[in-house]
Design a protein around this ligand. Structure first.
Ligand code: NAP
Length: 259
């Protein structure tokens, strides 16, 4: 079944217009997402370690910067954008005591929730907006009037407005301009980790061939000539991964000659 998709005219920022979003972390994603949401008219505050390197940068960019607990306490939506492996300790120490009824805990990657490094109380929403691109691109494309597509998910909907909240954030980040796609925390984690382990970090080594592919290719070409390549490309085109890939590329690069 195709994933549900939302585009800009279908989504409003209004549901969070009177809410405060605390962006915890001002790194690759934090800087881009916080700046985009602020420029979209959302009330954004930044939560950081007082002795950290990024405190001054966030201030220079014109944000309201405060300590981790102070930001979590002062926000309706606490959007955690520090490295995944640091999230659980920071959550327990600074954020958990501030997660009172009706608030939302938000992420850009599902690992901490899916693997239960963080177990959120039942009285809060748990949501995810995960841009499918690095932070610099998220910011640059937003400033050019476009955006980076995002995956969105709701893990827990205590307020019954979790979807409104996460979609409004996605719009603030600029992601509804190319489009956002529904996923689950489980699906986002498994596809992301699969991609990183099998392709980006590790798989490439295994893909280097030992000469076997060349032998196979020469032998097929001898039998079928250049038709062998056309057949190979057709098989590829009809593969489910390639069909979905084509749709995703259309969202990211709508003006590409491929469309
Ligand atoms: N990188 C990407 O392009 C990308 C894409 C999609 C989703 N995501 C997701 O976005 C989230 C953030 O990733 P990122 O790459 O943006 O992280 P990042 O750049 O490494 O985050 C750096 C920020 O986190 C703060 N920080 C680091 N350790 C901390 C700790 N123990 N306590 C408090 N603050 C700490 C740093 O503050 P200091 O100045 O104090 O060090 C800095 O502000 C992750 O869930 C990731 O999976 C990332």
């Amino acid at each position: 079944m195709p994933a549900k998709r939302w585009l800009d005219p279908e989504v409003k920022i209004d549901p969070i217009r009177d809410q405060t979003v605390a962006v915890i972390g001002y790194g690759i994603q934090g800087r881009a997402q916080a700046s985009n949401m602020k420029d979209s008219g959302i009330d954004v505050i930044i939560g950081l370690r007082k002795d950290g390197k990024t405190w001054r940068l966030a201030q220079q960019d014109g944000h309201k910067v405060m300590g981790l607990s102070e930001a979590a306490a002062g926000a309706d939506i606490v959007h955690i954008l520090i490295p995944d492996m640091e999230q659980a300790d920071t959550y327990v120490k600074y954020i958990a005591p501030c997660m009172t009824a009706g608030k939302a805990l938000s992420f850009s990657h599902g690992a901490a929730i899916h693997w239960k490094w963080i177990v959120a109380p039942k009285i809060v929403d748990v949501i995810m907006v995960a841009p499918k691109g690095p932070g610099q691109l998220v910011r640059e494309l937003y400033q050019q009037g476009f955006g980076t597509p995002s995956l969105v998910a709701v893990y827990q909907d205590h307020s019954k407005m979790a979807w409104d909240r996460v979609l409004a954030m996605a719009k603030g980040i600029g992601s509804t301009r190319p489009g956002v796609l529904q996923t689950s925390f489980e699906e986002e984690v498994e596809t992301d980790w699969f991609g990183e382990q099998v392709d980006l970090c590790g798989g490439a080594h295994s893909l280097v061939t030992n000469g076997q592919f060349a032998e196979e290719w020469v032998s097929i070409y001898k039998k079928e000539g250049k038709n062998s390549f056309a057949r190979y490309m057709k098989d590829l085109e009809n593969h489910e991964v390639e069909k979905v890939g084509k749709e995703m590329r259309k969202m990211m690069w709508p003006n590409s000659p491929e469309n």
